[in-house]
Design a protein around this ligand. Structure first.
Ligand SMILES: N=C(N)NCCCCNCCCN
Ligand SMILES: [Mn+2]
Ligand SMILES: [Mn+2]
Length: 287
């Protein structure tokens, strides 16, 4: 099918289906127009797709071969360089077009700056937003822009979406206060464990949007990201949380954001690609 704002790009190596028939639809968002420290998230979607070439499609832990699942890849959103709001509008419109064509598909965004998650959330209207991130992203405005990547959770909370955050280890006093005043629960990376995750996520209303800012992981796993922070989560921390969510909650959208880099085979993209396969594999157990 045709989308207003997307173009074709590198695709996953195994057979793909049309979005009308897909249980999962991949959409790249190669935007890095408000990146404040380390550039290159515009290459994230391509780097992640390329990194999947290194992976077996068989997810050992689940006995699921994801090459057998109905997956679509609708390419990348054409970005409006330097304008996170206009680009997120295109993301929103693309996800709306997609859901109209196939209300049952699970959109999977690959990014690209975290600012772009807003567009998907606006389109999908989840009741809750579960996010793994080193940062709160609860600033009202950053570098004079309310749609900067450092503000995305604030914009989502203003939509009335309940939020829970995991892996946090960087923020301002104002962000901590905003979280407190608005009932946003969070777990510091230092205090993170599976029980803490379940405790906060269990009471959240469905459906849930799950967002992975790749900087939630320890720096060693994700050196190429916009605002890297030491002291993050392990790979299995996040995989186990995803498994719980997939089993217990209705998920309407998923993303892996803030993957940057300039070189094929970048460690960060390899981490992101593996996580992508675990998410699809875990979801695919029920298909
Ligand atoms: N949500 C985010 N990714 N926020 C990161 C903000 C960057 C703060 N730099 C502060 C530098 C002060 N010298
Ligand atoms: Mn972050
Ligand atoms: Mn973020």
């Amino acid at each position: 099918m045709d989308f207003l704002y997307t173009y074709e790009t590198l695709k996953l190596e195994f057979p793909l289906v049309n979005p009308e028939k897909a249980a999962f639809t991949i959409l790249g968002v190669p935007f890095d127009g408000t990146t404040s420290f380390k550039a290159g998230a515009r290459f994230g979607p391509t780097l992640i797709r390329h990194a999947t070439l290194n992976l077996e499609s068989y997810v050992l832990d689940y006995d699921v071969d994801i090459s057998q699942l109905p997956i679509a890849d609708i390419g990348d959103v054409a970005v409006v360089a330097g304008d996170p709001r206009k680009t997120a509008d295109r993301v929103r419109e693309t996800v709306e077009e997609l859901m109209k064509a196939n209300p049952k598909t699970m959109p999977i965004l690959l990014g690209g700056e975290h600012s772009q998650t807003l567009g998907a959330v606006e389109a999908l209207k989840p009741a809750s937003y579960v996010v793994f991130d080193a940062h709160f992203d609860l600033r009202d405005s950053y570098e004079d822009n309310p749609y900067n990547h450092a503000c995305v959770a604030r914009r989502i909370s203003e939509l009335g979406v309940k939020e829970a955050m995991f892996g946090i280890r960087s923020g301002t006093r104002e962000e901590v206060e905003y979280a407190e005043e608005n009932g946003i629960q969070w777990v510091h990376a230092r205090d993170y464990d599976f029980d803490a995750f379940v405790e906060l996520v269990k009471p959240l209303p469905e459906p849930v949007y799950l967002s992975i800012d790749i900087d939630a992981f320890d720096l060693s796993l994700v050196p190429s990201t916009g605002t890297p922070e030491a002291g993050g989560l392990s790979f299995w921390d996040v995989v186990e949380a995803i498994e719980w969510l997939v089993e217990k909650k209705r998920i309407v959208g998923f993303d892996i954001m803030e993957v940057a880099g300039e070189n094929l085979g970048d460690v960060t993209a390899l981490t992101a690609a593996k996580l992508l396969f675990y998410f699809i594999g875990a979801m695919g157990r029920d298909i």
